[in-house]
Design a binder for this molecule. Sequence first.
Ligand code: NAD
Ligand code: IPM
Ligand code: MN
Length: 350
Amino acid sequence: MPKVAVLPGDGIGPEIVAEAVRVLRVVAPDIELTEALVGGAAYDATGHPLPPETLELCKASDAVLLGAVGGPKWDVIPDPNLRPERGALLPLRKHLGLYANLRPAICYPALAAASSLKPELLEGGLDVLVVRELTGGMYFGLPKENDGNRAVDTCVYTKDEIVRIAHVGFQAAQKRGKKLCSVDKQNVLMTSVLWRATVEEVAKEYPDVQLSHLLVDNAAMQLVRWPKQFDVIVTENLFGDILSDQAAMLTGSLGMLPSASLGTGTFGLYEPCHGSAPDIAGKGIANPLATILSVAMLLRYSFGRETEAKRIETAVEAVLGAGLRTPDIAQSGEATVGTIAMADAVLAQL
Ligand code: NAD
Ligand code: IPM
Ligand code: MN
């Protein structure tokens, strides 16, 4: 029996995951779902944000569906390694070997008005895929320390790490618009010098893909100047984190962006790109679509179930077309629905 570990986490995590689970149960009733604690919720219950039994459950599953972790309550934990982000989310990604993070920024035509860009820049929709390296760079490099007077983070990349993520970028581009933009800061960072040279080398294996390079500051600007110039963007961990939140806003809301974190096999971790949204947690107004769309990615990438994945995506598009809006994607004057009603509408479409 296929197995999925469900980790709701903190803040709006449990609210949106509950709705995504309802969708998953309808579309793929044969998948066995097992819930476990992660993040601040796990810290409060067990003293650690990633209890060993949660990690074991993930390893024994075919995929993981995660909500979000963290929040002000746990920002004050003195040991940074016990905070939800550094103590749970990053180790999960690292232990599970999930080096490739796919973040598709798709602006559904019905949401063009919700984007912070002029509608004419998004005419006909927008479809940019950010491929973010997820287990290297500044997030994991050592030393990492802070003595109160001097703090250090270290950015490290090996050639192998760059080669494998470059392949993911090129192969994604091959299946789409055949354009790959690699983003770095090679005018300053040694890791970026290696990054660019390595991507150039890997490019020889993909003559059908048109490769370009941008420095990250320019890339950030180009994303809001003319987003349609991009097809696939491949970049290192920290740049990918920042650029994907920015790309999310082109689609109308951070609450619309799903993600898949993949390694070498079919195992994957699926989560919305956004966080625990403490400012709206408990209010029943969080947009569940990023998490519901993450379920579609789970079915596609870990189970090869393209039909079911498409069913979910089509249902989401229909619901948006019918005018349903959570507050984050509503224009002033538009009626809004809450988290549960939005998911109800998706289920009704299914
Ligand atoms: P955030 O993504 O949680 O929220 C940013 C803004 O977007 C907020 O105004 C929030 O209300 C809004 N937003 C996010 N998701 C939404 C949704 N589904 N529907 C409607 N609005 C939504 O980022 P933040 O506030 O910087 O971080 C809050 C906490 O979440 C921090 O502790 C951070 O470390 C954590 N975080 C966790 C993850 C993760 O678990 N993968 C990702 C990002 C941030
Ligand atoms: C994300 C988040 C995480 C990241 C944080 C919570 C560690 O922002 O998944 O985008 O930076 O990777
Ligand atoms: Mn982020």
